[in-house]
Design a protein around this ligand. Structure first.
Ligand SMILES: O=C(O)CCC(=O)C(=O)O
Ligand SMILES: [Fe+2]
Length: 360
């Protein structure tokens, strides 16, 4: 029987407080174990109602049921083409590449807006009609095409309330993510428990709305998977998934060569830390690899939300973590750190412009 992931109740941290109660301590203690051992856990007590999460999954499913022509109205476009910033928008099945293989999913990728002040984000994105013209006009007043990742989000115009409901949901997730990052500061006994919170106040968040058709067995036998093995890029991933079992698999870190199925639990998010937390903690906390292999017969939907550092944040190992590792006799390499934006641009560039090995 494979191991299962620990369950963290974050409810004590949802309200800001000066004093830590026994309930806070309980959360901190379970979270500490989860961070230092598996790097993945279930999150309960987050306060987002099931009616909301069901609505989010159902809007996603409705969008993916549209025909290809409708979906490609908001297609991700390469740099320099139309509204393309090489990253934001809808991707067809197989467009995303992990470790040289085409992933077997379709998705809408959304990022923190960066053009609010220019009024571009506020433009009505009715891509069938006047919206495109209005946007093109607004964009043409800028100096040139968008650089990688610096474009505008391409929202579906159908279902019509998609954007509004997702935007509300993202606000709720930022609140929950902040609570988890605060609790992590305590769990890791940081001198300033607010360290992660301070660097995510303007989080350059990412949201993926993903649809997984059943994996073609012939692709699977060539080594293809629905989403290739990877670690996440930033701080914290809050994953909402539908009821499909045995799809998301997490590398067991106890030394066994096994995958732990992160099967859905009612009302819970699957949460994991990303590369930036590994970097901040000098490897004290690791970003665990995972993958999706969906061979079931249904169409699976998941909506991961990535709570990332601020765009310009320099992420480098905290001295206190280095000191702790050295005290435990661990070897610690010098690390000058990386600006989160540079890390992200490198990763996103690889996803769409990387070379492939097979299954093309
Ligand atoms: O769909 C899932 O369950 C996980 C997807 C994932 O790992 C990712 O998008 O980073
Ligand atoms: Fe992931």
């Amino acid at each position: 029987m494979p191991a299962s992931l620990p369950i963290v109740d974050i409810s004590p941290f949802l309200e800001s407080t000066q004093t830590l109660t026994a309930a806070h301590q309980e959360t901190i203690s379970i979270l500490r174990g989860a961070l230092l051992n598996q790097g993945f856990f279930y999150l309960l007590g987050h306060g987002i109602p099931t009616s909301k999460t069901q609505q989010i999954l159902s809007l996603a499913r409705t969008f993916f049921q549209h025909d290809a022509e409708e979906k490609t109205l908001i297609k991700r476009q390469d740099l320099g083409i139309g509204l393309g910033d090489g990253a934001r928008g809808y991707q067809i099945v197989g467009e995303n590449i992990t470790q040289g293989f085409h992933d077997w999913h379709e998705a809408i990728d959304l990022y923190r807006p960066i053009h609010e002040k220019e009024g571009l984000e506020a433009a009505e994105l009715d891509l069938n009609a006047n919206g495109v013209a209005a946007l093109k006009e607004a964009i043409s007043s800028r100096s040139g095409p968008f650089p990688l990742l610096e474009g505008i989000n391409l929202w579906p115009s159908d279902p019509p309330n998609f954007k509004k409901i997702y935007e509300d949901y993202i606000e709720q997730l930022l609140h929950v993510g902040t609570a988890v990052l605060r609790a992590m500061g305590y769990a890791l006994e940081l001198k300033d428990p607010e360290t992660f919170v301070k660097h995510t106040r303007e989080s350059f968040w990412v949201m993926r709305v993903i649809g997984y058709p059943p994996l073609d067995p012939s692709v699977a036998t060539q080594g293809g998977v629905s989403c290739g093995e990877h670690s996440d890029y930033g701080c914290l991933t809050l994953l909402l998934q539908d009821e499909t079992k045995n799809a998301l698999m997490v590398r067991d870190r106890s030394g066994k060569e096994e995958w732990i199925p992160a099967n859905p639990i009612d009302g819970a998010y699957v949460v994991n830390v990303g590369d930036m937390v590994e970097r901040w903690t000098g490897g004290l906390v690791k970003s665990t690899k995972h993958r999706v292999v969906h061979t079931g017969g249904n169409y699976r939907v998941s909506v991961p939300f990535f709570m990332e550092p601020d765009k310009d944040c320099l992420v480098k190992p905290l001295e206190e973590c280095i000191a702790r590792l050295k005290k435990d006799g661990k070897q610690v390499d010098d690390d000058p750190g990386i600006v989160y934006w540079d890390h992200l641009v490198g990763k996103v560039g690889g996803n769409f412009y990387g070379s492939t090995k097979a299954n093309s």
